[in-house]
Ligand binder design. Sequence first.
Ligand SMILES: [Zn+2]
Ligand SMILES: [Zn+2]
Length: 432
Amino acid sequence: MNGVAEPWFRWEMDLEGTIQGVGFRPAVHRLAHGAGLHGSVENRSGGVHLVLIGPEHALHRFLEILPDRLPVHARLERVTVTSRTPVAASAGSGFQIRPGTSESVGRISIPPDLVVCAACLAEIMDPGNRRYGYPFTSCTQCGPRCTVLERLPYDRANTSLHRFPLCRECLAEYENPQDRRFHAESTACPVCGPKTVLLNSDGTPRDDQGMGAARRALGAEKILAVRGLGGFQLVVDPLRGDAVQALRRRKGRPHKPLAVIARSLAVVRSLCPLTRPQEDILQHPSGPILVLDLPCLNESGGWGEGVMPTGGPARTAAPRFCWDLLTPDSHTLGIMLPTTPLHHLLFHPLAGDDVPPFDLLVVTSGNRSGEPLCMETQRLKRPWHDWALSLICSCVTTGTSCAAPTTPFVSSRTMGLRSGAVPGAWCLKPCA
Ligand SMILES: [Zn+2]
Ligand SMILES: [Zn+2]
């Protein structure tokens, strides 16, 4: 610059796209901090408001590289610079993530609930981790979004999780720019977050509690009603024909196919050879259902090679699934992988649980056929009070009911929608 100091500017801009609930502000914070820029970023009900202060060339450079540094679930659609003001050099005082405001600036897309990420799953399965076995583990890259959102913008105070103040350790993660839970609005842990409770069919707490008790109920041909952070799901073991038949009777769904969740990709591969695109669909972060042709299933109707679980309690014989009860009038089977920590914990026994891992579980929405998704405990229980079911509930009220199809299948034979999910981002109008 030939000894002449480069002028500094303060730029204010409004950003639109899928940029709330996806770790966007932490990514912006890291990028700005790394570039030596000052300013702030905050969620607003219509998008994200960004203030950048620094040398002009650095501000241009920031906007150039921002699209390449987005978190995996983010989509930046528009950047509108609303003001460029000359300021004195060194006018800034660092870069902050500010609390969100309800000021409306444009159009915002909220992502669907995001499939549990590998890092969170590793914590849940690690006996030495403080989140071992905790079914509501999440971070900036995974966890509930639509189903806990009560109002915009997407800040913890505007989700149903605001009822659970963060404990000291969670707060330290939330405030640490180097932590993957930096400003993770849905974060929680066994100390401060929602808890599960296992209920009898009359709504009273059972004597035995915890995921092990829920898994024992499943293994004993019970229908388990699971209320996670979204609506209810009904779960049965597809090895238990009586349980599947009972589920059909009580749902008023005698013939429609029932979808299953497989413990892992290896389990699905053992049932049916998969193409690469089919594997990609199964592993997509939105957790879609893959519709398979039944004739491709292995003739044994059960285990293929290489999926017998290692470690923990083992099954004594190869299981046989009741395909005829799952898809009585169809030659297809809807299958998906676990999407939430709660799903994974139903499949996998924790320490001290002697129920073997399940390979497949029938999972269907907790509504009668043709009715909307069931969100409330009372609505589930009232019409079906005679069900021989157990309920595992989280003590957190739900925010938004995702518009779920009454059947998980769509016309495509390769890809469907899971109940409780929305395909891609869900556009919401800003608050008036
Ligand atoms: Zn995660
Ligand atoms: Zn905590």
